[in-house]
Write a protein that binds this ligand. Sequence first.
Ligand code: E4P
Length: 217
Amino acid sequence: MKFFIDTAKVEDIKKANDMGIICGVTTNPSLIAKEGRDFNEVIKEIASIVDGPISGEVKATTTDAEGMIKEGREIAAIHPNMVVKIPMTVEGLKAVKVLSAEGIKTNVTLIFSANQALLAARAGATYVSPFLGRLDDISTDGVELIETIAEMFAVADIPTEIIAASVRHPMHVTQCALAGADIATVPYAVLEKMTQHPLTDAGIEKFQKDYIAVFGE
Ligand code: E4P
């Protein structure tokens, strides 16, 4: 399983990119709004940092296929690494069909069932994004959904990649990797937590103490 970072915060993207652990970025309308900056400006800056797929979503207020297709083409024109994020609706599927026929990569977002994932894949989506945290929030097993989609895609030999989204903590990451997600898109805070272990800290402290005792500072 590969990692994308799920944020529009440029400092966090730089930090994760410098660690060499991410190969893509996902944003959504809430994450862009949080930065309070122009969409194109933020996306261009992100594209100058990470050399990999960057998901930019159509406007939250655009709900018709025609509008999503127009915006999708504009998003794709920003940079060759752009992936157009489209919500999982009937209109969204129509837009995915047209954009994918034009060779534009798409990421169908807000997936909460295996059937939604299958429909998005058949419409031509490059990626599907099941939101596991939001399912867990309503007492439904998000990891189980990833498992089912992975099995379904394997059975039918579907090339659409699964991006585990709405990842809330390090255990989600391990579970998604085992469930068959191709990618997990993870907030910086969770990536940072994944680097940590109290025994690593204790080990570093002991190595320093033992070294200094014999060789000095
Ligand atoms: C995925 O592409 C979304 O941006 C994201 O993972 C949503 O996560 P949330 O449920 O924590 O907002």
